[in-house]
Design a protein around this ligand. Structure first.
Ligand SMILES: *[C@@H]1O[C@H](CO)[C@@H](O)[C@H](O)[C@H]1NC(C)=O
Length: 297
């Protein structure tokens, strides 16, 4: 608005300086026009010129007024636009403030979430590490378990395959045997126990079915006066001689021997009554021969 007024004054100033040269200003021109009637012909041309100038000035003034009106309209339009823009600015300012506030809140939330995220990541890493450790331990245990299982299977197989050998026999129910002229293999005929059938009552042989360590026992009862005795043979080799004197005083004699022998499969153990000696047995099981496999080799 100020600019427009300034422009108007400038235009008036320019216009006025042109008119003043002839008549000393607009007001004076109007006064001259009124006060110089009638006119002398000498002044006529001057008057005409003055009239002409006055007319131009009015024309210019009208043009200027039109311009001012036009400018006013323009200014009004600009003012309206300004007002609209100010309203819009206010609205935008309000929205900006609201958005800034929201942004600030979101930033705070973000910071909180970032902290939580870091904490969760740390926990996750720790958990993953623990899981990895447990997986390794589990794998180790699985390995050990399957190793143990295979060893158990092997032991079960070995145990199932392990030969079971045990026998227990009595010599006879017939009473006194001997003395004979030759060494005689004793056939223990009362077979009470014979697991694995390693003892053969028809030969009196105990034949080791597998290589191993065997425990053998024998008890000999002497009833008749003289000597009671027994040899132990391993295959055709004598490995033990046992002897007990029986007096004719009604006191009978016993002896019991025990052997632990390392035998290979097929080795034969038998008891032999030496020539000239006797041995006694009856339903009372006085003379017995027994043995068992302690363990294989
Ligand atoms: C002799 O031993 C067998 C088997 O153990 C038994 O049945 C029997 O009764 C025993 N004889 C005596 C007199 O104990």
């Amino acid at each position: 608005m100020r600019v427009v007024v300034g422009l108007l004054l400038l235009l008036l100033g320019l216009c006025g300086s042109g008119a003043q040269g002839e008549a000393g200003g607009l007001g004076e021109v109007a006064e001259i026009n009124k006060n110089t009637d009638p006119k002398d012909p000498a002044e006529e041309s001057t008057e005409q010129t003055t009239e002409q100038t006055t007319c131009d000035i009015w024309t210019e003034l009208r043009a200027l007024r039109d311009m001012v009106v036009e400018l006013n309209v323009h200014v009004e339009l600009l003012q309206r636009e300004n007002s609209v823009q100010a309203t819009e600015l206010t609205s935008l300012g309000t929205r900006l403030t609201a958005t800034e506030s929201k942004t600030s809140d979101l930033e705070k939330e973000n910071a909180v979430q970032a902290t939580e995220l870091v904490s969760l990541e740390s926990r996750l890493t720790s958990s993953e590490s623990k899981t990895s450790d447990l997986e390794k331990e589990n794998a180790d245990l699985q390995t050990r378990l399957s190793s143990s299982e295979s060893r158990i299977d092997q032991l079960e197989r070995e145990n199932a395959e392990k030969p079971k050998v045990a026998f227990y026999t009595g010599l006879t129910d017939a009473g006194n045997l001997g003395p004979y002229n030759t060494d005689t293999t004793l056939k223990y005929s009362k077979v009470f126990t014979n697991i694995g059938n390693a003892y053969n009552p028809s030969t009196g042989f105990f034949t080791a079915p597998v290589k191993g360590v065997y425990n053998l026992q024998l008890t000999v009862f002497g009833y008749s006066a003289g000597y009671t005795a027994v040899y132990v043979y391993k295959n055709n080799q004598r490995i033990m001689y046992n002897l007990e004197r029986v007096d004719n005083d009604g006191v009978h004699e016993y002896f019991t021997k025990s052997l632990v022998l390392e035998l290979t499969a097929g080795d034969v153990i038998r008891l032999v009554l030496p020539s000239g000696r006797s041995i006694y047995d009856d339903y009372g099981n006085f003379s017995t021969f027994s043995g068992s496999l302690l363990f294989t080799l």
